[in-house]
Design a protein around this ligand. Structure first.
Ligand code: SAM
Length: 203
């Protein structure tokens, strides 16, 4: 199992939006979802994604996605020859999850899909307590090609603005900084690069 945590300081925390870019760059979150789970002819069933949104009106929101064999709302199934999926479907999925939020509880939206209120550092702490190694994706970290990546790794990455300074300092103390190169890539591209690196190690 591999996990990604995508942090966005501006992504909207309610489902009432239409313009993805104006909803705190929800378009980036959408590309992260696609690159986390989708291969050309199948879904990755070994990947969990945490979206942690700090935008208005109700932060911080934690959307947990572990599709396994299918992504609801999109019709995409593992082993489908051609999972039919549009970006609109994925946007609909995020919107629906946000609409299903209920105060004071972790709500199951579909199998493997949950929403709750939870700060980034609480989530990281819980994953650490489960014995997981947390890697901070940072271009100044050690190159992933030279590193041993432990089993069941968790990779934390930021949105187009990266992490606020205070959070970044704290993350550097509690995570292992890892780089995928000296260039700064889009968050969704970083997810693809890490997935590929782990795929190569597993093959
Ligand atoms: C578009 S970048 C953020 C750019 C932002 N202006 C900054 O300087 O942090 C989005 C995220 O992708 C990850 N990232 C981008 N390039 C990377 C690299 N070369 N190595 C590791 N992570 C990277 C970081 O987690 C970053 O927060």
């Amino acid at each position: 199992m591999r996990e990604f945590i995508y942090f966005s300081s501006k992504a909207r925390t309610s489902g009432n939006f239409d313009d993805l870019m104006k909803a705190g760059r929800m378009d980036i979150a959408l590309h992260v979802v696609i690159n986390a789970f989708f291969l050309s002819h199948k879904l990755r069933d070994d990947t969990k994604l945490h979206l942690v949104f700090y935008g208005p009106p109700n932060p911080p929101m934690h959307l947990e996605m572990f599709p396994g064999s299918s992504i609801p709302e999109t019709g995409a199934q593992v082993k489908d020859d051609k999972p039919d999926i549009s970006k609109k479907d994925v946007a609909g999925l995020i919107k629906k999850m946000l609409f299903k939020f209920k105060d004071g509880q972790k709500t199951r939206v579909w199998n493997g899909f949950y929403i709750e209120k939870k700060p980034l550092f609480k989530l990281i702490e819980e994953l650490k307590q489960e014995g997981k190694n947390i890697y901070l994706l940072d271009e100044k970290g050690e190159n992933i090609r030279n590193m041993k990546i432990e089993k069941n790794p968790v990779f934390v990455l930021g949105d187009n603005e990266g992490f606020p300074n205070k959070e970044l300092k704290r993350l550097k103390k509690i995570c292992i900084p890892v780089s995928v190169g000296k260039k700064i890539y889009f968050a969704s591209q970083v997810v693809t690069i890490v997935n590929h690196e782990l795929d190569e190690r597993e093959s």
